[in-house]
Design a protein around this ligand. Structure first.
Ligand code: NDP
Ligand code: GDR
Length: 353
C-alpha cells in the first residue's frame, strides 16, 4: 500500500471514472500515490456505485479521489476542470460505449465519443499553451475500429468500423494522432480489445450471461435472451488493461498500442464455459431474440499485442477460464443476496438488459 499521508506524486483527471475501467484505473492510480479527479455526469440516481468502496468524504484530508460534475458534451466544463485541477495526466475513458445502443442513438454517440474526445484534447491543448505545463493524454480506443478487417489485428491493421460507435472511435483515434503531430501533445491511443470483470455493465454480453446465470442458479430467472452467438471476441480482464493505459503515459515518447490477450472465443464458448462451471447446460436456458442482433456485426476480433509486450513489458495476468470463473463467482454471490431480499418481498422481478 502507498503511504497516503505523503504529498501526491501526480494528479490525474479521468473522464468516465464511474465506468468499469474508470473504477479499476482509479484504484491503480491511488495505489501509486496519485491524486485522482473524476468527471461525473449529473444523474437523478447516484451513478458512483463502482467507486463506493474507495470513496472517502472529501472533507477529510485523506481523500485523494475527487469528483466533479461535467460532461464530454460540455466544452466549457472540460476547460474549467483541466484549468483548475492542473492534471499531469488525462485519461479519456468517457463514452456511450454500447455498440448496439449506438445504432439507436447515433448522433449522441458521435457527440460524446468523437467530438467529446476533440473537446477534451482542445481543453488540454489550450491549457498547455497558456501555462507551459506538460499534460499527458490517453485516448480509450477500441478493437471495434477494426470491425470487418479479419484477425489478427495490430497497430498497422486497416480500420473498417461497423457501427456509429466504432466510426466515432476512429475519429477520436485520428484526433488524438493529429494533436500529437500538429501540437506535439503527449497523446497516446490504447487500442483495447474487449475486457471484462465483475464490474462490467450488465448489458454487455459476458456480464449479461454471468448475471443471468447467477439468477438462474438461485431460481430468480428461467430464460436468457441473446443475439448472435457466433461472434468471436478476445476477452481479457479489465484490471490488467488499466495497467497498460498507465504504462503508455509513463514512456519517453507518446505512441499507440494494441492491448489484447491474443486468445479469442465465441459467445457460445463463453456460454459453455460459464454454464459448465456451475454444472448447467446453457442450451436449456438460452433463447435467441432478434432484437439483440446488430444491423452490421463484427464477427471476429483477436488482437496481436506484440508491440506493448515487447516495448512496455505488459502482459495479461488473467486468462479466459479464470475470467469466466471470477465473473460467475461474483454474480452467484450477488444472486444469493438478491434471493434473500426477494424472499422477503424486497425487490421486483428484473428486466433483462
Ligand atoms: P463503461 O460504459 O463502463 O463506462 C463509460 C463511462 O463513460 C461511464 O463513467 C459513463 O458515465 C461515462 N460517460 C458516458 N457518457 C458520458 C458523457 N456524455 N460525458 C462524460 N462521461 C460520460 O465503459 P468501460 O469502462 O467499459 O470503457 C471505458 C472506455 O474504454 C470507453 O471509452 C469505452 O468505449 C472504451 N473501451 C472499452 C472496452 C471494453 O471492453 N470495456 C474496449 C475498448 C474500448 P455514467 O456512469 O454516468 O454512465
Ligand atoms: P462489443 O461487446 O460489442 O464487442 O463491445 P458486447 O458484449 O456488447 O458484444 C459482444 C458480442 O456479443 C454479441 N451478442 C450480444 N451482445 C450484447 N450486448 N447483448 C446480447 O444479448 C448479445 N447476444 C450476442 C454481440 O452481437 C457482439 O458480437 C464492447 C464494448 O465494451 C465497446 O465499448 C468496446 O469498444 C468493445 O467491446 C471492444
Amino acid at each position: 500500500m502507498a503511504d497516503t499521508s505523503a504529498a501526491p506524486v501526480k494528479k490525474a483527471l479521468i473522464s468516465g471514472i464511474t465506468g468499469q475501467d474508470g473504477s479499476y484505473l482509479t484504484e491503480l492510480l491511488l495505489s501509486k500515490g496519485y491524486e485522482v479527479h473524476g468527471i461525473i455526469r449529473r444523474s437523478s440516481n447516484f451513478n458512483t456505485q463502482r467507486l463506493e468502496h474507495i470513496y472517502i468524504d472529501p472533507h477529510k484530508s485523506s481523500a485523494r479521489m475527487k469528483l466533479h460534475y461535467g460532461d464530454l458534451t460540455d466544452a466549457s466544463a472540460l476547460r474549467k476542470w483541466v484549468d483548475s485541477i492542473r492534471p499531469d495526466e488525462v485519461y479519456n475513458l468517457g463514452a456511450q460505449s454500447h455498440v448496439g445502443v449506438s445504432f439507436e442513438n447515433p448522433d449522441y454517440t458521435a457527440d460524446v465519443v468523437a467530438t467529446g474526445a476533440l473537446r477534451l484534447l482542445e481543453a488540454v491543448r489550450v491549457h498547455i499553451e497558456t501555462t507551459g505545463r506538460e499534460v499527458r493524454y490517453y485516448q480509450a480506443g477500441s478493437s471495434e475500429m477494426y470491425g470487418a478487417t479479419p484477425p489478427p489485428q495490430d497497430e498497422d491493421t486497416v480500420f473498417h468500423p461497423r457501427s456509429p460507435y466504432a466510426v466515432s472511435k476512429v475519429a477520436a483515434h485520428w484526433y488524438t494522432v493529429n494533436y500529437r503531430e500538429a501540437y506535439g501533445l503527449f497523446a497516446c491511443n490504447g487500442i483495447l480489445f474487449n475486457h471484462e470483470s465483475p464490474r462490467r455493465g450488465e448489458n454487455f454480453v459476458t456480464r449479461k450471461i454471468t448475471r443471468a446465470l447467477g439468477r438462474i442458479k438461485v431460481g430468480l430467472q428461467s430464460k436468457l435472451y441473446l443475439g448472435n452467438l457466433k461472434a468471436s471476441r478476445d476477452w481479457g480482464f479489465a484490471g490488467d488493461y488499466v495497467e497498460a493505459m498507465w504504462l503508455m503515459l509513463q514512456q519517453e515518447k507518446p505512441d499507440d498500442y494494441v492491448v489484447a490477450t491474443e486468445d479469442s472465443h465465441t459467445v457460445e464458448e463463453f456460454l459453455e464455459e460459464s454454464f459448465g462451471y456451475v454444472g448447467l447446460n446453457w442450451k436449456d436456458y438460452v433463447e435467441i431474440d432478434q432484437r439483440y442482433f446488430r444491423p452490421s456485426e463484427v464477427d471476429n476480433l483477436r488482437g496481436s499485442s506484440a508491440k506493448i509486450r515487447e516495448k512496455l513489458g505488459w502482459q495479461p495476468k488473467v486468462g479466459f477460464k479464470q475470467l469466466v470463473a471470477m465473473m460467475v463467482d461474483a454474480d452467484l454471490e450477488a444472486a444469493k443476496r438478491e434471493k434473500v431480499l426477494a424472499d422477503h418481498g424486497h425487490i421486483a422481478p428484473q428486466q433483462q438488459p
